[in-house]
Write a protein that binds this ligand. Structure first.
Ligand SMILES: NC(=O)C1=CN([C@@H]2O[C@H](COP(=O)(O)OP(=O)(O)OC[C@H]3O[C@@H](n4cnc5c(N)ncnc54)[C@H](O)[C@@H]3O)[C@@H](O)[C@H]2O)C=CC1
Ligand SMILES: O=C(O)[C@H]1O[C@H](OP(=O)(O)OP(=O)(O)OC[C@H]2O[C@@H](n3ccc(=O)[nH]c3=O)[C@H](O)[C@@H]2O)[C@H](O)[C@@H](O)[C@@H]1O
Length: 442
């Protein structure tokens, strides 16, 4: 049996560790963040992901999954080493590979087996795995034979466990067929189609997939503007388009633009990569521009409605970048909140899971409520930013009851226009006609 070590116990590292141990492997996750490791030892995930805590406890109790903050302990006996550290955006937008290179140096220094396969899960620009290999070879003390495999991750936050067990494909990229075969064997119990390719193509597949999905979102968001002008309904248009199996219905949900820790950073990194290679990627530039504009759409609608927003009180429903996660990295909700604050609006916000993370990021610039009802009470308008089930099924009658003159700016098209028309609510959504209730206009 192989000894598998994963460097980095963040979203991808921890979920990879939990899933690999669940299919029978012995896995050690090493993270330098002592607090995170302490919490993992208690069997509780440091972030919210549906189903993760149960699987984590199960595999820790089965003695298949271990955590440490000591690279020496984690790496000394490992023969398969996954790198799953963060590759965030720097302030100037470029990718920060500091953690990747540090992980590579740790492998060189602490791995003691003669034969080691290094598997990169982190999303890295094409060519990075070659640099990782060079760093490990340069710093290696005991390793004699080291090969590298690119095995990019495609899970989504909020449905991560399901995405791993029912993935559409596993990509294994390597220039060494023997190592690729070992990684394929490790992944076999997932029973997911495996596509084996060369190292550079595997790195490219990851960026291209994220860029393509981002493109679908920006395409539908741009169409949403046109729908509003010509009297069409983007929800109907998306369904009608998606029925064509060549197009597919997923990632055609119009909204307030994509956010999260990956699409914004990966589209940036891909653009940078293309510029360095002397290629233009005009489509990708347009995708990013449309997305930036989309973050402003709700505030623009509110300004058009009220004139000035100064002194108004707003309720914000949803802070995470999508439902079923507490992650607020590059969340459109936070960008919109900052814009509302600049316009002199005072804000009360609610999110089922992401309020602690928001407090850490923006602190007391806004108020936090314990329920949707409390958030709405005595506000002039409400902004719906994240379509959590709890938010999208909240009864429209309650807006009527709790707000003086209910005005909803819905960034996720949570309510059907037919339903809204039965209430004394002014309602603005994305890519659909606004609904004005006659009484509110007086
Ligand atoms: N978050 C997601 O849903 C997905 C992320 N990815 C990619 O996976 C990579 C990781 O992303 P996340 O898991 O979101 O990052 P994260 O920020 O949640 O976790 C990274 C972890 O690595 C640890 N770390 C950093 N340097 C270390 C070192 N030298 N040794 C040990 N631990 C170290 C950090 O303490 C942190 O816990 C990124 O490249 C990302 O683009 C890919 C698919 C999905
Ligand atoms: O590389 C990554 O990290 C991951 O990035 C995305 O996953 P994630 O960011 O977790 O979540 P998505 O469901 O893709 O949503 C991203 C953003 O797009 C938005 N979105 C998504 C779909 C849609 O139709 N419309 C839309 O506005 C979401 O609200 C969210 O802000 C990809 O879907 C994963 O395959 C990939 O592994």
């Amino acid at each position: 049996m192989n000894n598998i070590t994963i460097i980095g116990a963040g979203h991808v590292g921890l979920i990879t560790g939990v899933c690999l141990s669940d299919i029978g492997h012995h896995v050690t996750c090493c993270d330098l963040d002592q607090e995170k490791v302490d919490q993992l030892h208690t069997g509780i995930s440091p972030f919210y992901e549906p189903g993760l805590d149960e699987l984590l406890k199960k595999n820790v109790n089965n003695h298949r999954l271990f955590f440490t903050n000591s690279p020496e302990k984690a790496l000394s006996d490992a023969d398969i080493i996954y790198i799953a550290v963060g590759t965030p955006k720097q302030l100037n937008g470029d990718i920060d590979l500091t953690s990747i290179y540090k992980a590579a140096r740790m492998i060189g220094e602490y791995a003691t087996k003669h034969d080691v396969i290094v598997v990169t899960k982190s999303t890295v620009p094409v060519g990075t795995n070659t640099v990782i290999k060079q760093i490990i070879q340069k710093t290696a003390r005991k390793i004699r034979n080291m090969t590298i495999v690119s095995n990019p991750e495609f899970l989504r936050e909020g449905s991560a466990i399901r995405d791993v067990f029912y993935a559409d494909r596993i990509i294994v990229g390597s220039d060494c067929p023997e190592s690729a075969a070992i990684i394929e064997e490790i992944n076999k119990p997932f029973n997911v189609p495996i596509f084996s390719t060369d190292l550079h193509s595997a790195e490219m597949i990851k960026y291209s997939s994220n860029a393509f999905l981002a493109m679908k979102i920006s395409f539908i968001n741009e169409l949403a503007h046109l729908c509003e002008k010509v009297g069409a309904d983007i929800e109907e248009v998306a369904v009608g388009m998606g029925l064509d199996s060549r197009i597919g219905g997923q990632f055609l949900k119009a909204g307030i633009g994509y956010g999260g820790s990956c699409f914004p950073k990966d589209t940036h990194a891909m653009l940078k990569m293309s510029e360095e290679a002397g290629e233009k990627l005009d489509i990708l530039k347009a995708v990013m521009n449309v997305n930036r504009r989309q973050h402003d759409v709700l505030v623009e609608k509110a300004k058009n409605y009220f004139g000035s927003l100064k002194g108004k009180r707003a309720a914000v429903l949803g802070l995470s970048f999508k439902p079923n996660t507490d992650d607020i990295r590059e969340s459109p909700s936070i960008l919109i909140i900052n814009e509302l604050l600049k316009n002199g609006v005072s804000i009360t916000a609610y999110d089922p899971k992401a309020m602690e993370n928001t407090k850490k990021m923006i602190g007391e610039k806004i108020q936090y409520a314990a329920s949707i009802e409390e958030t709405l009470t005595d506000t002039d308008m409400v902004f719906i930013h994240t379509d959590w089930d709890e938010i999208k099924t909240f009864p429209l009658s309650q807006y009527e009851k709790l707000m003086n003159k209910p005005v909803i700016f819905d960034g996720r098209n949570c309510y059907s226009l037919n339903r809204v028309s039965a209430y004394k609510i002014d309602y603005f959504s994305i890519g659909r006609q606004p609904h004005f209730h006659a009484l509110n206009r007086t």
